[in-house]
Design a protein. Structure first.
Length: 525
């Protein structure tokens, strides 16, 4: 029978500092809203903890559902770290992971090193190419958004604004598309997301590390007993573009197939006169809009009579026409598809959001050699997950595999707020990375998950199923009920039927919850 959690013991702290157990770690999950902000304290040299801050952002409007503010959380980070973070990790360039990183919030914070994925490396040719293509698509989306706005399609414009806000950042619930478009058009200007990343990069006294997966085992200054394994994102364009689970990888119902949108950005820019002409479908299905051409071009009598153009008044059938074979109006609006291709814009925006998610820096923190692992998957999606097991880490005359790291995982920061595409389903025997690879043997008795979601806010977003029930149910079953969620107080967490009362009691003793955060202590091996 399920039991309710009792009030947990306080996390050890000195003068407001977050203090880990000897040889272990303390993980503080901030209740910042629908977004990610984590502080990890590792046992350090001379009883001086080593602090790692991972992201700090939220979706505008979501904090009001849980009564917290980014200003309060930034102040707590300063107090908990004594104003110094050894490593600041910026997993990917999205609003809900970055927008609390402002000069106002973090002017007094000192940073040793800042870690970013290779996708931020200005000397990486693939990264530079991806950034250029991504900006071209953003320009196309803004242009499409403006055309749809002029056509009076308010609902689709609102949807596009929400999706563009992910990529361009800021903390205002009302996204200013006009200002965003002007910003993008200026080569020297940076989005709010880029400004946030630059702030933490500039603060890094020991510099910025651009990390490629499987390249080498990383170390955290002062935390001699901790090793860090970068699992993603893959340095592979095909894997980065592989977004949704398929077949047995899925939890619950599959997502609809994505639209074919390869030519969208170029086409909309061409329509705005900002790029060479292109079309969103094969040329054999189109008549060129060029009055200099002879034949059935759009300005010919045939097209004028039977199709017309946007804004043309209704026309009667031509005098030579058989009135029984044509409609009463020969140029009805439904025959024209001038703007129909723009309706692919929201799918393009979704794909772009997911591709940014899939470029997430994924880190596995190992406490002691072959010890417990804390897995932070950011918003990684299918291609990122599949890449984790494709290579091994060189460790002297040994190797370390993704399967070994996942088998020792005792804390999983759930991918993409528990969305359908942030965690892969499967069995332990499957050859691809999946949830069943996590927490084997003794580690299963300690395994817990952290979901950064505010369900009530997500339900206002027209179709956002965060967290997906099937994924949360699987996590609850796997952990015995030890699943944190941003909007759920610790006192409301409960052991699931069939769980171990001994393990649950141990979990309670290592857990603290306040209005601003959850603390979870991991004892040393």
């Amino acid at each position: 029978m399920a039991t309710r959690a009792k009030k947990p013991a306080e996390t050890a702290a000195t003068n407001g500092r977050l203090i880990p157990p000897k040889g272990g770690a303390a993980v503080r999950m901030y209740r910042i809203g629908h977004g990610d902000c984590f502080l990890i304290a590792f046992d350090g040299q001379a009883n001086d903890p080593a602090y790692v801050l991972i992201d700090c952002g939220y979706k505008p409007g979501s904090p009001q559902f849980i009564n917290t503010t980014s200003k309060e959380i930034a102040a707590d980070i300063l107090a908990a770290t004594g104003g110094h973070v050894d490593v600041a990790v910026l997993t990917h360039e999205h609003q809900d992971h970055l927008n609390a990183i402002t000069k106002t919030n973090f002017d007094d914070l000192e940073i040793g090193e800042t870690w970013c994925a290779w996708t931020e490396d200005p000397d990486d040719d693939l990264a530079n190419d991806l950034r250029k293509r991504f900006k071209d698509k953003l320009l196309g989306l803004v242009a499409a958004r403006n055309r749809l706005s002029a056509a009076g399609d308010a609902k689709r414009v609102e949807r596009l604004d929400d999706l563009l806000a992910f990529e361009l950042g800021g903390d205002d619930p009302l996204f200013d598309a006009t200002a965003a478009g002007a910003l993008l058009a200026t080569a020297a200007a940076d989005s709010k997301n880029k400004q946030a990343m630059k702030l933490f990069k500039d603060k890094a006294k020991k510099g910025v590390k651009f990390i490629r997966p499987h390249q080498r085992i990383l170390r955290i200054p002062k935390a001699d007993g901790v090793r860090v394994f970068a699992l993603g994102p893959p340095h592979d364009t095909d894997l980065l573009a592989t977004l949704d689970p398929t077949g047995d990888e899925e939890f619950g119902l599959a997502r609809v197939t994505r639209s074919a949108i390869g030519h969208f950005a170029a086409a909309v820019l061409a329509a705005e006169g900002k790029a060479p002409p292109d079309v969103p479908f094969a040329s054999r299905y189109a008549a060129p809009w060029d009055p200099a051409l002879e034949g059935d071009e759009p300005d010919s009598p045939f097209f004028s009579a039977y199709y017309g153009k946007e804004g043309d008044p209704p026309a009667s059938p031509p005098s030579s026409a058989n009135v029984e074979s044509v409609p009463e109006v020969t140029n009805p609006e439904w025959r024209r598809i001038d703007k129909d291709w723009l309706y692919a814009s929201d799918q393009l925006a979704l794909d772009m959001n997911d591709q940014t998610n899939n470029s997430s820096l994924v880190l596995a923190f190992e406490i002691g050699e072959e010890g417990k692992v804390l897995l932070f998957a950011a918003d990684a999606q299918r291609g990122n997950w599949l890449s984790w097991s494709k290579k091994e880490f060189a460790d002297g005359n040994k190797t370390v595999t993704a399967k070994s790291l996942l088998s020792r995982t005792v804390l999983y920061k759930v991918g993409h707020h528990g969305s359908h595409n942030g965690t892969l389903n499967g069995r332990a025997a499957d050859g691809y990375t999946n949830l069943s690879w996590m927490a084997e043997g003794d580690h299963a008795r300690e395994f817990c998950a952290m979901i950064t979601a505010v369900r009530a806010w997500a339900e206002t977003q027209k179709g956002w199923d965060h967290p997906l029930k099937a994924i949360k149910d699987a996590l609850l079953k796997k952990s015995g009920g030890r699943v944190f969620q941003t909007d759920t107080d610790v006192s409301k967490m409960a052991m699931v039927n069939g769980g171990s009362a001994v393990e649950w009691k141990s979990f309670q003793e290592r857990t603290t919850g306040t209005r601003l955060y959850f603390d979870y202590r991991i004892e040393g091996s």
